[in-house]
Design a protein around this ligand. Structure first.
Ligand SMILES: [Zn+2]
Length: 218
């Protein structure tokens, strides 16, 4: 579903769980934010097709963090695209994504997904792709602010239900206090829409909704 011009959520389903990777694109290229569970490469390619973006436009993959539902199909994407895509992640997530350390929440899994991270991202950095992508380190995690569309790709830092932001996604948050503090980083952004990996898009009175969540946490 195209949320705004050049930004779409790709709805994927695995055992009844819906997740929402983000795709953004311009004339030159497409960028995918998060890759679903293992085994969802084909679903991703089909979803790209559905929003009218040719899968060979994909040149970059940004991973918000190392959870299995976010990095799951990275190995298959790397196999499919080879050197044609660059993988971006935060320094702290890199050893988990590359398989040097067991995944924080799914460490028991025998054959965890892994793949090479090409470039490290840090707080405040801006990638020049698709109108500008700003990196916000929300501990345990990065969020991405898409300048052109004023869209916050919140990853798991927030979740939503029926278009309303609900606060932190507790089932996937290790340090709740830190996660609550991290949301404060959104206060000064001019946000038109938020894409939550769990729950999808929210696009009404975002700053007000975020303030309410912050107040409720105090
Ligand atoms: Zn998640």
């Amino acid at each position: 579903m195209e949320v705004l011009k050049g930004v779409a959520i790709l709805e994927l389903e695995c055992n009844g769980i819906f997740i929402y990777p983000t795709l953004l694109w311009d004339q030159e290229m497409a960028v995918l934010i998060d890759t679903g569970f293992p085994g969802q490469k084909e679903d991703l390619l089909v979803a790209m097709d559905k929003v009218g973006v040719s899968s060979d436009k994909l040149q970059a993959v940004i991973l918000t963090h190392q959870d299995i539902d976010h990095i799951g199909s990275l190995p298959e994407l790397l196999q499919h695209y080879g050197e044609n895509i660059k993988v971006y992640a935060h320094e702290l997530d890199k050893p988990y994504i590359e398989g040097e350390l067991p995944l924080l929440k799914d460490g028991h899994i025998g054959n965890p997904p892994k793949g090479k991270v090409d470039e490290l991202l840090s707080d405040g950095q801006e990638l020049p792709y698709c109108g500008g992508i700003c990196v916000i380190h929300t501990p345990g995690h990065i969020s991405l602010y898409l300048k052109q569309s004023k869209t916050l790709v919140a990853g798991d830092s927030l979740y939503s239900e029926n278009g309303t932001l609900q606060g932190i996604h507790l089932p996937t948050t290790l340090d709740i206090k830190l996660a609550q503090q991290a949301i404060r980083k959104y206060i000064n952004l001019d946000i038109a829409s938020v894409i939550c990996y769990h729950g999808g898009v929210s696009n009404e009175n975002i700053n007000e909704q975020i303030n309410t969540i912050i107040l409720a946490n105090e």
